[in-house]
Ligand binder design. Structure first.
Ligand SMILES: [Zn+2]
Ligand SMILES: [Zn+2]
Length: 267
């Protein structure tokens, strides 16, 4: 078991519309900051308004392979990957991407809830926050039940706008909302991501994350990965020490790799 976190399985390069640095820059930074394994996981999205986004994969892989040649001998393992937005709503398209290329890390992310962008505080306007959390975790569970992949990203994403609009979270009220989703995640052996982007950003924030990780362990969860979701070099590995404390306190070992992505459930 590694002593500290030396992995980061979730980051974005200039092959994502919101990524600022090249794969080469990300790799060099990761190596300089003593990481041993990273995955470059650019966005693949099908937006509710019909717009689509995917990296130029031939150029992505060309760049990735060049970086493996350069940084591999220096001790950095570079995994291929992608972050699928709402894959359970686009299964044929997802399958076509996964059939065309080989990915080590396949992230399933919930970015849209019933057609609304979950990053936007508008999703909470004039609504009971726990009703929104309920819909979010129900959909997260559905995604975990059918989608292909090996990593469920940022389960806490909905808390970011929610706490901005409605303030602190009530762990007791969240428990019956979150646990069923964690059971579905555990049942298909997904690794759950602890996203470090907002760690320690408000008082009490880490307490709810800690509770969720404990519930995930009780549900039989396979493991927890601590990832930065970096969109620029300097965000790589951020708060990884805080993340390590939470993961260990929940009874999980620190990971140095992920299991291979699993296939979609055929219905
Ligand atoms: Zn995401
Ligand atoms: Zn991301």
């Amino acid at each position: 078991m590694p002593e500290t976190i030396r992995t980061d399985f979730h980051m974005h390069s200039t092959f994502s519309p919101d990524g600022h640095d090249t794969i080469h820059q990300l790799c060099r930074y990761a190596l300089e900051h003593e990481l041993t394994t990273i995955a470059v996981t650019d966005h693949v999205e099908w937006q509710p308004d019909g717009r689509q986004y995917a990296p130029d994969f031939p150029r992505y892989f060309e760049s990735l392979l060049r970086c493996r040649e350069e940084f591999g001998p220096q001790g950095l393992r570079i995994l291929s990957g992608l972050e699928l937005g709402n894959p359970h709503h686009h299964m044929p398209e997802v399958q076509a991407v996964l059939d065309a290329y080989e990915f080590d890390v396949v992230i399933a992310s919930l970015h849209w809830l019933d057609g609304e962008n979950i990053h936007n505080t508008r999703i909470f306007a004039d609504r009971d926050p726990y009703a929104v959390y309920s819909r979010y975790f129900a959909d997260l569970g559905r995604m975990a039940s059918v989608a292909p992949g090996n990593l469920i990203a940022h389960f806490d994403r909905i808390f970011w706008p929610g706490t901005q609009v409605h303030g602190a979270l009530d762990t007791a009220r969240l428990e019956p909302i979150v646990r069923p989703a964690l059971e579905q995640i555990a049942a298909r052996n997904w690794v759950l991501e602890l996203n470090t982007r907002f760690l320690a950003h408000t008082p009490g924030w880490n307490d709810i994350l800690q509770a969720v990780l404990l519930w995930f362990n009780e549900a039989g969860g396979a493991g927890v990965a601590v990832d930065s979701d970096a969109h620029r070099c300097k965000e790589i590995g951020r708060h990884r020490d805080v993340g390590a404390v939470l993961v260990r306190a929940a009874g999980f070992p620190l990971l140095n790799t992920l299991p291979a992505p699993q296939l979609a459930v055929v219905r």
